[in-house]
Design a protein around this ligand. Structure first.
Ligand SMILES: [Zn+2]
Length: 486
């Protein structure tokens, strides 16, 4: 790295972490590229709580199993691991526990292991009680998930074999919609914090008050493919900026379209029934404001349970398989990783918000029959913020694979954030994996904060209004650092 070429903040310098290469020399004989993959089952017991919606409900059935899907790359000088987990949002303390186990068992430092959640809404919770207060003692499911993740990395390492790697991009614009809309009806814009927003999340479908979406979408699908030296597919990791699809019966556990994608790409690459098994992986891009519903459509098609997620996964896997036909594979590529902990202020309620929520905060412990009012939910969330530290540290990470850049953000990041990183990245192709290494809530841009709407409400979002600018600047520095010399 060339620190003289960047301006670091004192804190970023202190936290900036680059581990030396595992081997100090690299002559031609060292240039062996290895890859291995594995799938670790993380399905919870029935009865645990599903938390993808306003109110938690107990899991009563497993439609399809949940997994931590692992990919390890090793070029003889550096080793990188990806672990993508079927969960709505795994907190940093669970990933940190898994990383400690990985370090102890394999020597891989946390900076070189990227762990993320897919954001399926039909998984049980691995969260703690708060986005801003770290849980000290992990519960049974959190411990189980951490252990299954570290086992997955160890098993992927055990499966490593000489391999080659390629990466590519394609697009599927028809399944991504910005879910925040400008609407011409103030009755749709009141918020539970006592204010009036300018935009509405998930507005009524086909409503006459719909004006225009409040932000862009990112239709790009980026992917990494690894295969054995004789051309047998080992794993494919893709990235698409779509929140989730849904359409599951209440109480069902499912990996959503991320699980369907894994199965479909395996079939499309003719990689079924292999030993070790092929591992398909779909990571979430920057999709905090992007979902699968076209709100302008007055007569949307009706789907049976699971039908729509299968349809979306089929399209995404088809685009990837088509682009895969033209992929160039490399026998060896440089690998590098960098990470930092970025301090961010925790947002505080305004006097007006506290005044508006006062009656609900005073009654916050009383159980109500039926669904709670949004004010009751936010009174609880704001009480939680008031008990939080005034500043938190969030983990940021970047990988480089040849001239491909991958950045990792521990929030549900808005599409603009991923697009800006793609535009400004010093690497070639770049994509971002969200909900990576932690789960700290939504991350709107400062502009989207001015528009308001659900994702910006305090308690849904918990960090300072300019957090996304700081995160982008920090990730661009991490992406700058050169890969190990060829
Ligand atoms: Zn969500």
């Amino acid at each position: 790295m060339k620190p003289s070429t960047f301006v670091f903040s004192a804190v970023a310098v202190a936290a900036f972490l680059i581990l030396p290469s595992r081997f100090t020399h690299a002559d031609e004989s060292d240039k062996v590229f290895l890859a291995g993959a594995s799938t670790s089952n993380i399905t919870p017991p029935l009865g645990d709580s599903i938390v993808g919606n306003w109110e938690p409900i107990p899991a009563t059935n497993v439609h399809d199993e949940l997994h931590a899907r692992c990919l390890v790359l090793d070029n003889g000088q550096d080793r990188l691991a990806f672990v993508i987990c079927d969960n709505v949002g795994i907190p940093a303390e669970v990933f940190d526990a898994a990383k400690e186990q990985v370090l102890a068992a394999t020597g891989m430092p946390a900076s070189h292991v990227l762990m993320a959640s897919t954001h399926t809404h039909s998984a049980t919770s691995a969260r703690g009680s708060s986005k801003t207060i770290r849980t000290k003692e992990l519960n049974d499911y959190q411990k189980f998930v951490a252990h299954r993740i570290s086992d997955g990395v160890r098993r992927a390492i055990a499966n490593m074999e000489p391999a080659r790697i390629g990466w590519g991009r394609t697009e599927e614009p028809s399944e991504v919609f910005n879910r925040r809309w400008h609407v011409n009806n103030v009755a749709l814009l009141n918020n539970p914090l006592g204010g009036v927003d300018q935009v509405r999340m998930n507005p009524p479908r086909g409503h006459e008050a719909l004006d225009r979406p409040a932000g862009p979408t990112d239709p790009e699908i980026c992917f990494i493919s690894v295969q054995s030296t004789d051309g047998r597919p080992i794993a494919l990791l893709a990235n698409y900026s779509l929140h989730y699809v849904g359409g599951v019966p209440n109480g069902d556990i499912s990996a959503d379209y991320f699980g369907y994608f894994a199965n479909k790409i395996e079939k499309k690459l003719n990689a079924s029934e292999q030993t070790p098994p092929f591992v398909g992986i779909l990571s979430n891009g920057t999709s905090g404001d992007i979902n699968n519903n076209n709100y302008a459509d007055k007569n949307p098609k009706k789907y049976k349970s699971y039908e729509k997620m299968a349809e979306v996964a089929e399209k995404v896997a088809s685009r990837v398989a088509e682009a895969h036909n033209d992929l160039t594979f490399h026998d060896w590529v440089p690998l590098a990783a960098a990470s930092t902990n970025l301090p961010l202020k925790v947002r505080q309620p305004t006097p007006e918000m506290l005044e508006h929520l006062k009656p609900y905060m005073e009654a916050k412990d009383t159980k109500s029959d039926g669904p709670r009012k949004k004010e009751q939910i936010y009174a609880g969330r704001i009480a939680n913020i008031l008990e939080s530290p005034k500043q938190i540290e969030v983990p940021l990470q970047a990988f480089r694979i040849g001239d491909l850049g991958i950045s990792a953000i521990p929030f549900e990041a808005f599409a603009e954030i991923g697009l800006e990183l793609k535009d400004r990245s010093p690497t070639g192709e770049t994509f971002t994996i969200e909900l990576a290494n932690g789960s700290f809530g939504y991350l709107p841009t400062p502009y989207q904060h001015r528009l308001g709407g659900y994702e910006t409400w305090l308690g849904t979002n918990s960090v300072e209004l300019k957090a996304s600018d700081k995160i982008i600047a920090s990730l661009l520095k991490l992406l700058e650092q050169p890969t190990t010399k060829n």
